[in-house]
Ligand binder design. Structure first.
Ligand code: IMP
Ligand code: MG
Length: 182
C-alpha cells in the first residue's frame, strides 16, 4: 500500500487559493477575464480559484501532452522537451485578459509552450496562475504571476495532480514516495 504523506492540507490550500483569488480580483478590477485551464491537472484548482475571483469571467480549457510518457515520470523522469497540443481553446482569445491556470510548474516547458501559443492570439493580457512551483527543476526561465506554494523536488499527487491518472481526487496534496521506497 502506498504511504501518502500530506504536504499541503485542504485547509492550507483553501486559504491560499482564497488569497490568490482576492489578489486577482483586485488586479483586474473593472475587467473581465477568461480562465484557461490546462487539462487535466488544473481542473480542481481552476474551479476553486474561479469561485474566489469576483469578476465577469468565462472558462476555457487547453490540452497538452509531452513526449516521453508521463506515467513513468517519477524519479529520474524528464520530458523530452516536446509539447504537443491535444485540445485547443474554444473561445476567441484576441483582446481578452487570459489567466492561464496550471497545477504545477516543473521544468517550465509546458507553460512556456502554452504562453507562446496563446500570445500569438494577441490577448490584451496573459498571466499565469500556478498552484505549485518546483523551481529546482526549472529548465526554462518562466515564473507564475500568481503562485500558491513553492515546494521541494518531490512528486506530489492530489487536488487534481495525478500519478498515472490516479489520485486526482484526493482533497489534500500528498507526496508519493519513490518506487523503491514503496
Ligand atoms: P513542466 O512542463 O515540466 O513544467 O511540467 C508541468 C506538468 O508536469 C504539470 O502540468 C503536471 O501535469 C506535471 N507534473 C510535474 N510535476 C508533477 C508532480 O509532482 N506531480 C504530478 N504532476 C506533475
Ligand atoms: Mg498538468
Amino acid at each position: 500500500m502506498n504511504e501518502l504523506r500530506i504536504l499541503l492540507s485542504r485547509e492550507q490550500i483553501a486559504a491560499r487559493v482564497a488569497e490568490m483569488g482576492a489578489t486577482i480580483t483586485r488586479d483586474f478590477a473593472g475587467e473581465a477575464i477568461i480562465f484557461v485551464g490546462v487539462l487535466k491537472g488544473a481542473a480542481i484548482f481552476l474551479s476553486d480559484l474561479a469561485r474566489q475571483v469576483h469578476l465577469d469571467a468565462t472558462f476555457d480549457f487547453i490540452g497538452v501532452s509531452s513526449y516521453g510518457t508521463r506515467s513513468d515520470r517519477q524519479e529520474g523522469w524528464d520530458s523530452s522537451g516536446e509539447v504537443r497540443l491535444t485540445k485547443d481553446v474554444d473561445q476567441k482569445m484576441a483582446g481578452r485578459n487570459i489567466l492561464l491556470v496550471e497545477d504545477i510548474l516543473d521544468t517550465g516547458l509546458t507553460i512556456t509552450y502554452l504562453k507562446r501559443m496563446l500570445m500569438a492570439h494577441q490577448p490584451k493580457t496573459l498571466r499565469i496562475a500556478a498552484l505549485l512551483d518546483k523551481p529546482s527543476r526549472r529548465k526554462l526561465p518562466i515564473e507564475a504571476d500568481y503562485l500558491g506554494f513553492t515546494i521541494p523536488d518531490e512528486f506530489v499527487v492530489g487536488y487534481g495532480l495525478d500519478y498515472a491518472e490516479q489520485y486526482r481526487n484526493l482533497p489534500d496534496i500528498c507526496v508519493l514516495p519513490a518506487p523503491k521506497a514503496r
